[in-house]
Design a protein around this ligand. Structure first.
Ligand SMILES: [Zn+2]
Length: 227
């Protein structure tokens, strides 16, 4: 079983599902991506994604016309395995096609790009042995890329990633619900003060960079929330 948060880009709300591993992910009607495929190597009980990412996967699978092998998709930030500010920790990124020969894999990469539903499809020279595509939200807080700025009142999958990193590092009190309320703001300010950052409670470039550098791959600490 898995607890699955889905940020609904159309309503601006956070949805919550309790699903079996063999269940289809929400919004994968007719074109199944199971919970187990989405979690890949993640061992977490609570996962998250967005409606937009799920619908983009549907459209890509439909355009491809057959199942797409998913090597990696979601990871919790403390599980690591990807770079700081990776979209995999935000639940909107897929690494697929590891089982294909390079010609077929190029075709899949081109098919994904041609759908126009992904924000980013990584070029073959960066990831020649798999296809990475993601439905990241823009603009990023840092010019070089990564996560968008989040602040009091934000509701989305990036707030889940933020809360997950804060919790893992011991800055508790913000829960794990994707809603940036006063508890999350207080935890952000405590983190910013401890790190000598501008303690404005807003998660922009510097705070995201420091937080993700410290949290990626730290492991399942005692303060991780993963019910
Ligand atoms: Zn990737």
């Amino acid at each position: 079983m898995a607890n699955v948060y889905v940020y609904n880009n159309q309503t601006g709300g956070m949805e919550f599902y309790t699903l079996a591993e063999s269940d289809a992910m929400p919004y994968n009607i007719g074109r199944t991506l199971t919970v187990n495929e989405f979690r890949g190597s993640s061992r977490a009980n609570t996962l998250w994604t967005t409606r937009r990412a799920m619908e983009a996967f549907n459209i890509t699978r439909s355009a491809w016309g057959r199942p797409i092998y998913v090597g990696f998709a979601f990871k919790r930030i403390w599980e690591g395995g990807h770079a700081a500010m990776s979209q995999h920790y935000a639940g909107v990124s897929f690494d697929v096609g590891q089982n294909l020969d390079s010609t077929t894999r190029d075709q899949l990469r081109n098919t994904a790009a041609a759908t126009g539903v992904w924000t980013y499809v990584e070029p073959a020279y960066l990831t020649p042995t798999w296809v990475h595509f993601d439905a990241r939200e823009t603009p990023p807080a840092c010019a070089a890329g990564g996560y968008p700025l989040v602040r009091f009142g934000s509701v989305n999958n990036y707030v889940l990633t933020l809360q997950d990193a804060l919790n893992a590092l011991g800055y508790t009190g913000s829960g794990l619900d994707g809603i940036f309320g006063s508890g999350t703001r207080n935890a952000v300010i405590r983190f910013q003060r401890a790190q000598g950052l501008d303690a404005d409670g807003i998660v922009g470039c510097q705070t995201w960079e420091r937080l993700t550098e410290l949290a990626v791959g730290i492991g399942r600490t005692a303060t991780v929330i993963d019910p």
